[in-house]
Write a protein that binds this ligand. Structure first.
Ligand SMILES: *Cc1c(COP(=O)(O)O)cnc(C)c1O
Length: 383
């Protein structure tokens, strides 16, 4: 294990909180029964699953029966969109989403297009926000679903979710939000705000990987992706991931209790990082200056070769573009949708901070970055 690595990639995934790991352990070796089993150990385990579900639902201001456990956000997104489309396709075959969604949403939409659905991809402003008037104008009588993410994973841009929900509600269109980067970082209230469906994933807020869920408002009918034993009210068959569910619930509890402290601390790190870079170097910040979550910094470095940057900062974990697209040579679709040029997109990097980071790590990265940029300036003056 490399303990020297500075981890500024908390939007890709987070280190699991030790308290989460500890809460999960008994559910591997003591309370390992299947919660569907009728014997007493099974029923004890079922009880903890239901307690966890209740706790999670209270943090989302929803009802326990509105929470469906899945393997993570990708599955919850597939369940939400395909599940809605299959049930409501008699009403229409039109869906509205945005150009800057996570690939899990965009790829489901592409698949549905191949099955005869019509999708409108809303453009975003230079700062990454959708236009509410454009949204309203695109809604038709055959629109069945609007899918707009809460917080963008690459830029941290926060969409006006309450207003989008209001528009959808007035027009009687269902509204799904991918809240994977919002849950655990922002207070979420599904009953005040008229959200119909919302997904989350444990590993994005110090919980375990492989567990997440979908909030789906009562009376909304979903078609399942998986058929089998009829678990989760028939919406997600398969033996429940009990340790994962317990860990997820613990991660929710910690995130809720420590939300304000984490926000203040993480924001102070991010702000220091940005303030120094922006004041000293030719760098452009990507994303709305105000409607942006406190933990992300996405910047285009104008005078620096991206390959030099990656090779020089090899003991720092950060992302070029998004984690999912960094293996391909295509520039980030999020940045290009915001009008960032190809060249600038290739020189853009995402630093996402978390509660396990420290100010000395920020200082260390700043000093390493400073060296690269100075080197570059020197070679420019020689030329
Ligand atoms: C990470 C992420 C996902 C995918 O989540 P998984 O649980 O890893 O499937 C979806 N949407 C957003 C915005 C994300 O950040």
């Amino acid at each position: 294990m490399n303990n020297k690595i500075i981890y500024f990639d908390n939007n890709a995934t987070t280190r699991t909180d030790d308290r989460v790991v500890e809460a999960m352990l008994p559910y591997f070796s003591s309370y390992y029964a299947n919660p569907s089993s009728l014997h007493s150990l099974g029923q004890t385990v079922k009880q903890i699953v239901e307690t966890s579900r209740s706790k999670i639902s209270s943090y989302l201001s929803s009802k326990p029966e509105e929470i469906i456990f899945t393997s993570g956000a990708t599955e919850a997104i597939n369940l939400a969109i395909k599940g809605i489309v299959e049930t409501y396709s008699n009403k229409g075959r039109h869906i509205i989403t945005s150009q800057t969604e996570h690939s899990a949403v965009l790829d489901v939409c592409k698949y549905l297009e191949s099955r005869g659905f019509e999708i409108d991809y809303l453009r975003v402003s230079k700062e990454g926000l959708i236009d509410l008037t454009q949204l309203e104008n695109q809604i038709r009588t055959d629109t069945i679903l609007v899918a707009i993410m809460y917080v963008n994973n690459e830029t941290g841009v926060v969409q006006p979710i309450a207003k989008i929900a209001e528009i959808c509600n007035l027009n009687k269109v269902l509204f799904f939000t991918d809240a994977t980067q919002a849950v655990g970082k922002l207070p979420i209230n599904t009953s005040n705000c008229k959200i119909d469906l919302l997904c989350f994933s444990g590993h994005k807020f110090y919980g375990p990987k492989g567990i997440g869920g979908l909030y789906c408002k009562r009376n909304i009918k979903l078609n399942p992706l998986l058929h089998g034993g009829g678990h989760e009210n028939g919406l997600r068959s398969g033996t429940l991931n009990v340790p994962g569910i317990v860990g997820l619930s613990k991660a929710f509890e910690i995130a809720h209790d420590e939300m304000q402290t984490n926000k203040e601390f993480i924001q102070s790190l991010r702000d220091k990082f940005e303030r120094i870079i922006l004041s000293q170097y030719n760098v452009k910040l990507n994303g709305h200056p105000k409607n942006r979550l406190y933990n992300v910094s996405n910047m285009s470095f104008k005078d620096i070769d991206p390959l030099l940057m990656i090779s020089s900062l090899n003991d720092i974990a950060f992302s070029q573009g998004s984690a999912c697209s960094s293996s391909s040579i295509k520039p980030s679709h999020v940045l290009t949708s915001m009008g960032v040029s190809y060249e600038e997109a290739f020189s853009s990097f995402r630093f996402s901070f978390g509660k396990y980071n420290s100010e000395s790590e920020v200082d260390s990265v700043l000093s390493q970055l400073g060296k690269i940029l100075k080197q570059k300036e020197k070679s420019n003056t020689i030329i």
